[in-house]
Design a protein around this ligand. Structure first.
Ligand code: URA
Length: 235
């Protein structure tokens, strides 16, 4: 690849982004002469690099490539990168993923549990949250009342929310008294809760179980795992 000014960046920033350490740790590491670029020890963090042939203690250092991560989100965490008052889903990412620059794909409400994806790829992020893509999401809900045939028909025609918003056709499957599966392919604010409320079926518990071809599987609540390249392709 042509090395232009555009894909050059400071060595210290490169090392931080690659997860080598915090800015002050990277400064110490450089000062100690532990970093080489193309075989030469570099102590100056402001040196520009294209990321090629960088070693720490003799081992190659590289930026994390495309990553997609699945979390089984517990209740009580907001889907946001930062929040001054509330716990965020970012706090549940394991140490080694902190430097991956992950962003949540879409959002789950604070009290909603289940499948939440993250990626470090901006294009993938936008493709997956676009309603035009129609990625199907399946939710399990416990709710007041029991859904009947008229509710199922209303969902398949496209629910009109209490504020007049028209939703795309969706699928409601009653699976027992006060329990349903709901499949939607868009992601309006509080969508499932508001769709159910418009039918008088107030949701008391909500869990996302599937997104496109992905299911939670046996991932424990609060746990996180990286998707395989096959799983990313299936997205
Ligand atoms: N719909 C909701 O109402 N809440 C969620 O968290 C996700 C979908």
């Amino acid at each position: 690849m042509l090395k232009t000014e555009r894909n050059m960046e400071r060595l210290d920033k490169f090392l931080c982004d690659a997860g080598v350490g915090s800015r002050s740790q990277v400064k110490q590491i450089l000062k100690a002469g532990r970093v080489t670029v193309k075989g030469t020890v570099i102590r100056d963090g402001s040196v520009k690099t294209d990321g090629a042939d960088i070693c720490l203690d003799g081992d190659a250092v590289g930026k994390k490539g495309l990553a997609v991560v699945m979390m089984n989100k517990p209740a009580g965490y907001v889907t946001a990168r930062t929040d001054e008052r509330q716990k965020t889903v970012m706090e549940l990412l394991p140490e080694e993923m902190i430097s991956w620059d992950l962003h949540p794909i879409g959002r789950l409400d604070k009290e909603t549990e289940g499948l939440l994806l993250f990626t470090n790829d901006g294009d993938l992020l936008h493709r997956l949250i676009s309603p035009k893509k129609g990625v199907q999401k399946v939710y399990y809900a416990r709710h007041e009342g029991t859904a009947g045939d008229e509710d199922v028909a209303a969902f398949s025609q496209g629910i009109v929310l209490r504020d007049g918003t028209q939703c795309l056709p969706a699928m409601l499957q009653p699976i027992g008294e006060g329990e349903s599966l709901i499949t939607v392919c868009e992601g309006k604010y509080h969508q499932v809760r508001r769709m159910m409320a418009s039918r008088g079926l107030h949701v008391t518990y909500l869990e996302r179980r599937e997104e496109g071809a992905l299911t939670l599987g046996d991932l424990p609540r609060g746990a996180v795992r990286e998707l395989s390249s096959e799983e990313i392709l299936a997205l």
